[in-house]
Design a protein around this ligand. Structure first.
Ligand SMILES: Cc1cc2nc3c(=O)[nH]c(=O)nc-3n(C[C@H](O)[C@H](O)[C@H](O)COP(=O)(O)OP(=O)(O)OC[C@H]3O[C@@H](n4cnc5c(N)ncnc54)[C@H](O)[C@@H]3O)c2cc1C
Length: 526
């Protein structure tokens, strides 16, 4: 997960300053918090109005407000650590009413706000705004209701993904979307990112499991969006909106009954091409596994070094999990084994028991973190390709590796064509970080050229906002922008994310200049 594209020179200790009029609190270097050569700059140095800070404190209590520079700094980035901005203020509301009060104050004073769950996002969605406030949902971490008859669980947004399954597991239920970060990431963050996971191939993404969301809109109004509401699917629009339409303060999710049988298979191949062929073969045979995951040699080696899952010494492994009624699962297991053998598998192993199955998954789930064993830094790319084009795109990634002189590990949700190339580099070496970024962009271009998509599950955030026009036409972007304005006319909810805006897209900082898309009336500056 570690990505530090630019080495930030150690800054002198921050000093709190009050401006001459005595009505704003700021920090001496708030103008220079941007470490990205102008890509994410906001008019720093303004600080927060003293009155605003006092009112937020009154709303959430003094223990619910962070103003000290060293503490603010812990919120400066999410999992995309190459982008850092120290926020003006952090509020930790403990209830919906407190979130509402904070958001109302933001609306009153025109202060932008960024909702934050666990900060594990990989696209910079929770990146703060220098003159804005971070609204952390960490204190809203209670499971409010478990309704087994209705198969519904009601949670506050700061509840972790895994906690939902833990709350119902003893009764034979589980919560299907299972990001690898599930031990720490929050349901609020999952909703905002429409997060996926290994088992989303069969069971669907977060959007398929959210039944209701209570949302504080950017003007402070409280609304409840339901899956069955007549009219436009506002809940569907909210899921995946990356914190740009409001803050979810309560979420009702659907839980599923544990399948009668689960079988997990490991297949080893001499090439990723063969493994990719097996993936297409399984789907073509009309078998829908719960999960099909692929890891290449580099990630296999890293996982072996870190958690010793006992993977074979091959160029690629597939982990295929089948679930459902026992006879069907056994039939499918036999069919998948045959398809893997026909595609060139050199080793096939079905987990004999739960312990063996857990070990196979441990290797896969630890793969990102395990990369720390083989590389000082790495960047996680997230792109989607049509399944049938997987072998070709993997070949292109190998070519790009050679062209750019950097290693790329591949570990991904092969069943739905969602690639996660891990671009390895060493930020201590001059120029490597920049080369890694160029390579990551080239990989995304390869996905798009193959008819794929910009992101499978990590979102757009700040990371890919500039790439949006490569996937969406002007009319699409304009329609999305109008939807956003419908929820947030003042543009206070997580501005600078998702949509391409001039400074995000590499223009030099300085006086505001309209982006060509804006001049053409196709995008708005929020
Ligand atoms: C090791 C690792 C593995 C990962 N594996 C996966 C994976 O398998 N699948 C996957 O999809 N992702 C994965 N991720 C990415 C990340 O965990 C998910 O995007 C997750 O949903 C983020 O949740 P969070 O609580 O950390 O949210 P944050 O990072 O805090 O926020 C993410 C976005 O949600 C918004 N937000 C947060 N809470 C709310 C709220 N209550 N209301 C409105 N907006 C809100 C924020 O403003 C931001 O835009 C992984 C990350 C890591 C570090």
């Amino acid at each position: 997960m570690e990505r530090d594209l630019v080495h930030e020179p150690e800054r002198a200790a921050l000093g709190k300053v009050i401006d001459r009029a005595g009505d704003r609190v700021g920090y001496e270097d708030s103008e220079t918090d941007d470490v990205h050569g102008g890509r994410i700059t906001y008019p720093g140095g303004l600080g927060m109005k003293v009155e605003f800070v006092r009112d937020v404190e009154a709303a959430v209590g003094s223990s619910g407000v962070i103003t000290e520079p060293e503490q603010l700094r812990t919120y400066e980035c999410d999992g995309l650590t190459g982008h850092r901005v120290v926020p003006g203020l952090v509020a930790l509301p403990a209830s919906t009413a407190e979130v509402q009060a904070v958001v109302r104050l933001c609306a009153r004073d025109g202060v932008p706000f960024v909702a934050r769950g666990a900060g594990t996002g990989l696209s910079g969605g929770a990146l703060p705004i220098a003159e804005g406030i971070v609204v952390s949902l960490a204190r809203m971490d209670r499971i409010l209701d478990v309704d087994l008859e209705g198969a519904r669980v009601t949670v506050q947004p700061g509840v972790t993904n895994l906690a939902v399954t833990e709350a119902v597991a003893a009764h034979g239920f589980f919560y299907a979307p299972d990001p690898s970060s599930q031990q720490v990431c929050t349901i609020g963050g999952n909703v905002a990112e429409n997060s996926g996971g290994a088992h989303c191939l069969k069971h669907g993404f977060t959007v398929n499991h959210v039944l209701e969301a209570e949302v504080v809109l950017p003007d402070g109004e409280l609304v409840r969006l339901r899956a069955g509401d007549p009219g436009p699917d506002l809940l569907g629009a909210f899921v995946g909106s990356e914190g740009t339409l409001g803050i979810a303060t309560e979420i009702v999710v659907r839980v599923l009954q544990r399948p009668e049988a689960v079988r997990t298979l490991l297949a080893g191949f001499d090439s990723t091409d063969q493994a990719g062929t097996a993936v297409s073969g399984v789907i073509a045979a009309r078998i829908l596994p719960a999960a099909i995951e692929m890891m290449d040699r580099l990630t296999i080696e890293a996982a072996e070094a870190a958690v010793h899952p006992g993977y074979p010494d091959v160029a690629a492994v597939l982990i295929v999990e089948l679930d459902g009624l026992a006879p069907q699962v056994e039939d499918d297991l036999g069919a998948v084994q045959s398809i893997c053998l026909d595609s060139g598998a050199v080793e096939i192993r079905a987990a004999a028991d739960d312990a063996e199955r857990a070990l196979l998954w441990l290797g896969r789930r630890s793969a990102f973190a395990a990369m720390g064993r083989v590389s000082h830094d790495y960047y996680v790319q997230d792109g989607v390709v049509p399944r049938t084009r997987l072998p070709e795109v993997l070949r292109r990634i190998a070519e790009l590796e050679r062209e750019h002189g950097l290693r790329v590990g591949n570990v991904f949700h092969a069943g739905d064509g969602n690639l996660h190339p891990l671009v390895l580099y060493d930020a201590r070496e001059e120029g490597q970080a920049e080369r890694a970024e160029t390579l990551a962009v080239a990989i995304l271009d390869a996905c798009m050229d193959a008819g794929g998509s910009l992101t499978g599950e990590h979102g757009i955030g700040v990371d890919k906002a500039c790439a949006m026009p490569s996937m969406f036409g002007p009319d699409d972007l304009a329609a999305m922008s109008r939807l956003r304005r419908g929820f947030d006319p003042a543009g206070l909810a997580n501005p600078g994310k998702v949509f391409p805006t001039p400074r995000l897209c590499g223009e030099v900082p300085g006086p505001y200049r309209a982006h060509p898309l804006e001049r053409a009336g196709l995008a708005e500056r929020l």
